[in-house]
Design a binder for this molecule. Structure first.
Ligand SMILES: [Fe+2]
Length: 394
């Protein structure tokens, strides 16, 4: 007897259970559907997927080998009807060598221009792209006090930089980012040492996530009040501005002031295009507060006194970074981080307006055709037509 048709279900991943990360679930497609097909999902299926994503932050659909890349922008539009039909990084992201987003030498898929190819190693004739030589960024290039060669040889790594996929200039950040793993490294696990001394094994090349909701939960009542009343102004052309800066060991912000580019040395910009976002964003589905701050790119904090409406501007950059770091650093603990263990065929959808993520892993051997570090992913994050909505506790 054939099995009864099962609808789309979303369940917390076993490795995410018992942790306080609030992140990580698997969506199982309805019976008979091999690749996710939004046009064939029932209204109930779509609702389950929507709720599953906004509640779990990171949702994986397994075994999507052979997926049409054009499905990825469709998913972006499903979660955000105001999404523009372009990658939030714009066209220049992969062509301008000075743009930090292009340092991994990514490319766009010819038949799906909203989808980037990222990873590590040399690939030929992938999706009509003749030659790809992808670079996996290492924390050693970006941290003020990176791990020693000895620690790296023992298998230690760090997150590179915690961020949302947000240009912070002109184009608004997408609601979701999708990542599809074509090839994943065949390497032993690596490990991260946290500031409390705890050592955690993580998959080589794992993507790390923390929930902005968890980060908010960890604030004191006074900090919650401050965060709700504060807007973050990001630096003009923030990624170019901080290109020579070095990060704190936890990758949450920049360690020292002094290496920022002068504002008049940046590519053409104007203040009206520079983003200023609330510190605390309201989850579009659950209404919950998420502390969403891209610490490496902060420039000023604008805090409104709710009683008088008076705005205080903090523009001492070291103080701005210290303030943000104090709010963010509690979330950087093993129980709050979800490390995605990539399997080939995975399609990961994450809530870009509710989680922060980072590359991890030291994959730096020279590129060879049989390189066991090889990693190939598709990535799609589309500019939104909607600004982030501030959370305000009534
Ligand atoms: Fe990203």
């Amino acid at each position: 007897m054939p099995h009864a048709a099962e609808p789309l279900t979303v369940r917390r991943l076993p490795e995410a259970q018992g942790k306080s990360s609030h992140l990580g679930a698997e969506a199982r497609l309805p019976t008979g559907m091999q690749h996710i097909d939004l046009f064939a999902l029932s209204e109930d299926d779509k609702q389950a997927l929507r709720e599953g994503l906004f509640e779990n932050g990171v949702v994986v659909i397994r075994n999507q080998q052979g997926l049409d890349p054009n499905v990825m922008p469709q998913i972006g539009k499903f979660f955000d009807s105001t999404a523009w039909d372009i990658h939030s990084g714009g066209v220049k992201m992969v062509t301008d060598a000075k743009n930090i987003l292009s340092v991994n030498r990514g490319a766009r898929i010819p038949r799906a221009q909203q989808v980037s190819v990222i990873g590590k190693g040399r690939f030929r004739d992938h999706e009509g792209i003749e030659e790809l030589d992808l670079k996996h960024v290492s924390h050693t290039e970006f941290h003020e006090t990176p791990l020693s060669a000895e620690e790296i040889s023992q298998g230690f790594t760090r997150p590179y930089r915690w961020h949302m996929d947000a240009p912070l200039y002109e184009r608004l950040p997408g609601f979701v980012t999708t990542l599809h793993a074509i090839q994943v490294p065949k390497q032993p696990d690596q490990k991260i040492k946290f500031s409390n001394g705890e050592i955690v094994d993580i998959p080589a090349g794992a993507t790390a996530f923390y929930s902005g909701a968890r980060a908010y939960e960890l604030l004191s009542d006074d900090e919650k009040e401050f965060a709700q009343n504060t807007k973050v102004r990001y630096a003009p052309r923030a990624y170019e501005w901080m290109l020579d800066c070095k990060a704190t060991d936890d990758a949450l912000t920049i360690a020292k002031v002094g290496k920022e580019k002068r504002l008049d040395a940046l590519p053409e910009w104007s203040w009206d295009k520079v983003h200023m976002f609330p510190m605390v964003w309201k989850n579009a589905q659950t209404g919950n507060p998420h502390l969403q701050v891209l610490g490496a790119c902060v420039y000023e904090l604008h805090t409104t006194d709710p009683a008088t409406g008076q705005v205080t501007i903090m523009n001492d950059l070291q103080k701005v970074r210290d303030t943000v770091h104090k709010l963010l650093k509690r979330v950087y603990a093993p129980e709050n981080i979800y490390f995605h263990r990539w399997q080939e065929g995975d399609l990961v959808i994450f809530h870009n307006r509710g989680v922060l993520h980072s590359i991890t892993g030291e994959l730096s051997a020279s590129s060879k055709d049989d390189d066991s570090e090889k990693r190939l992913l598709w990535q799609c994050t589309m500019a939104s037509g909607t600004a982030p909505v501030p959370y305000r506790h009534e």
